[in-house]
Ligand binder design. Structure first.
Ligand code: PMP
Length: 346
């Protein structure tokens, strides 16, 4: 029997306790000190490992999930990966309703991890029978004894981050954090992390990152759900076309909206300047930091933590493909140099 703190019983033992990494070059011209909570260090390469494990273990404790049972979820990919990974270790079937906006890389990975995947159209209303929310509900009814994770409306989503991400950041910054910048999709990450941090120090400023085409920012500011704001955008996992119950708007100070194009370039810049290969929404969060700095949000002594939710490998056919960037018109802008593959001279 080999037992020491370098050997793990299975991958699940590696969930959480992700590193806080100082950002150096990308923030060299900005006032303040900047740190990234790099969630790609989770074994499933995203923050969703925390949520998936927390919800599954709660269901096990309640006795509603036993080996051989089925787990069902709507997911843009990351939660699906975490659920599929945990299902393998714990012996569950995993069925996922995925948005057609998800990259083909993500969908192929889910299938590789043994999940059954249903791809649902992205650009329909949340209550449309074809939406991934409605498909998941029907799958849940059709599979007797199944558990529907329902991350958008499950308080345990917030709780997972309240119990892990928040305390980790507080400890890692030795209580010196002044700002948290985090993307909001289900809202679980920002709400749970913020709730914990504000309990330690109510002066910490918490900024949510939202997409153009999403309803979150306006809802936070006015309490109005403005359907007219909804239109398709490219960033996956950020913003929403509904108001998720897993978002506690009372612990978020304000929202910043970012564009698809600037977020894509910011994601590429993180790789090139920090050597950190992270996902599209990490670029969105970084872009929000740039915009906040331009608005004079930070002082020299501030300690800003920005959450990078997942790994860059899931976006090879999107943000990290020059072809995709060109198709979106993102490399033609005068503001950006066209990124070419350099030919070795003959
Ligand atoms: N980034 C990515 C890539 C995601 O998949 C998600 C989850 N939808 C988020 C950010 C936002 O996290 P949360 O759902 O906790 O708000």
């Amino acid at each position: 029997m080999i037992k020491n703190n370098q050997v793990f019983d299975n991958v699940l033992d590696l969930i959480g306790n992700t590193p806080l990494i100082r950002l150096n070059r990308i923030t060299s011209k900005l006032k303040g000190r900047f740190f990234a909570k790099v969630e790609a260090f989770n074994p499933g390469h995203s923050s969703k490992d925390r949520v998936a494990l927390h919800i599954i273990e709660a269901a096990e404790r309640k006795g509603i999930l036993k080996p051989g049972d089925t787990i069902i979820e709507t997911t843009s990919g990351n939660t699906g990966f975490s659920l599929a990974m945990i299902s393998i270790i714990k012996g569950y079937n995993c069925i996922l309703a995925v948005s057609s906006k998800s990259s083909s890389d993500k969908i192929d990975i889910l299938k590789t991890m043994g999940a059954t995947v249903y791809v649902c159209p992205a650009n329909v209303k949340a209550d449309d029978p074809r939406s991934y929310y409605e498909v998941a509900k029907r799958l849940h009814k059709a599979h007797k004894g199944s558990v529907y994770i329902n991350q958008y409306f499950n308080d345990l989503n917030i709780d997972a981050h309240y119990k892990t991400t928040g305390p980790e950041i507080w400890k890692q910054t030795e209580g010196k954090i002044t700002h948290l910048v985090a993307c909001s999709g289900t809202g679980g990450t920002i709400s749970g992390t913020s709730k914990y941090l504000k309990e330690q120090n109510p002066n910490i400023k918490v900024v949510g990152v939202d997409a153009y085409g999403s309803v979150l920012k306006t809802y936070h500011e006015t309490g109005v759900f403005d359907e007219n704001e909804i239109y398709p955008y490219r960033i996956e996992g950020l913003g929403k076309n509904l108001i998720p119950k897993a978002t506690d708007f009372s612990v978020i100070d304000k929202f910043v909206k970012v564009t698809d194009e600037e977020s894509a370039h910011s994601a590429r810049l993180i790789a090139k300047t920090e050597g950190l290969f992270v996902g599209y929404t990490s670029g969105a969060a970084m872009q929000a930091v740039f915009q906040l700095e331009a608005l004079g949000e930070f002082d020299a002594n501030d300690v800003v933590v920005v959450i990078f939710p997942d790994h860059g490998s899931r976006y090879m056919s999107k943000v990290y493909s020059d072809k995709w960037m060109q198709e979106q018109g993102f490399l033609s802008s005068e503001n950006y140099e066209t990124e070419k593959t350099t030919q070795y001279p003959h």
